[in-house]
Design a protein around this ligand. Structure first.
Ligand code: Z5A
Length: 208
């Protein structure tokens, strides 16, 4: 039985997820909540190995979309079953940097894979397990990419063309429109402090 609260952060490159997760951590500490912070793909030793496979550009082979999709779900299965669910059952809140909505947005929207196929695999892996709240940090992908580029070399995803990120963003926004009760959209282009303020308002509603 789930007792903790499961919160996920979503958004395109450089939308500020990692930055705002630190603010959410502080919010939960101040509330005296026990919490676990994880990321996708990743979060367990096996899932982190899969993350490395997914993110590293290589010249000896070209990862096909189906492999990418299945690796995302392999990493997610390991993380959800061995870490997220047991913690939630013990009353620990979980904050996750990306989750299933990323697959809908990136592999479905970005790569153009069949949404029904993705939902079928999602169902096999998650059996309807969902976050209590998703915060979607929305930003123009050009602005987000400019922020992310300051980090140096681009990973396999960051090397995609701008149209890809525009499709990802549009898919995120469509999903949020379809499920406003669970997906809260925050303007990620605002100053960091203003983004945090909006997130606090959303968290106050959730925790009160
Ligand atoms: N992926 C997928 O395809 N399918 C899936 O199912 C899943 C993932 C789960 C993971 O990469 C990749 O996997 C991701 C999608 C794909 N690739 N893409 N593209 P990742 O985890 O390495 O990358 P990311 O999730 O996109 O994170 P990011 O690039 O680090 O972005 P971020 O966490 O949202 O941003 P940040 O690190 O907080 O901020 C970036 C910079 O902007 C930093 O210098 C900040 O100081 C600055 N920043 C942040 N907020 C602001 C504001 N408000 N104003 C000004 N500057 C700011």
């Amino acid at each position: 039985m789930k007792k903790g609260i499961f919160i996920t952060l979503e958004g395109t490159e450089g939308s500020g997820k990692s930055t705002q997760i630190q603010v959410i951590e502080q919010y939960l500490k101040d509330k005296g909540r026990k919490y676990l912070k994880v990321r996708e793909p990743g979060g367990t030793p096996i899932s982190e190995d899969i993350r490395h496979l997914l993110k590293t550009p290589r010249s000896d082979d070209n990862m096909c979309d189906t492999t990418e999709l299945l690796l995302m779900y392999a990493a997610r299965a390991q993380l959800v079953n061995t870490l997220i669910k047991p913690n939630l059952e013990n009353g620990v809140d979980v904050i996750c940097d990306r989750h299933d909505l990323s697959t809908i947005a990136y592999q479905g929207g970005g790569r153009g894979m069949d949404m029904q196929d993705i939902k079928a695999i999602s169902n096999v892996v998650l059996h309807g397990f969902k976050p209590d709240l998703t915060i979607l940090l929305d930003i123009d992908p050009i602005a987000g990419m400019q922020r992310a580029r300051t980090r140096g070399e681009l990973d396999r995803f960051e090397q995609a063309k701008m149209d890809f990120f525009i499709r990802v963003r549009n898919t995120y926004l469509e999903c949020a429109k379809a499920d406003p009760e669970h997906i809260a959209v925050v303007d990620g282009a605002m100053q960091k402090e203003d983004v945090s303020k909006k997130i606090f308002e959303i968290l106050d509603k959730l925790y009160d």
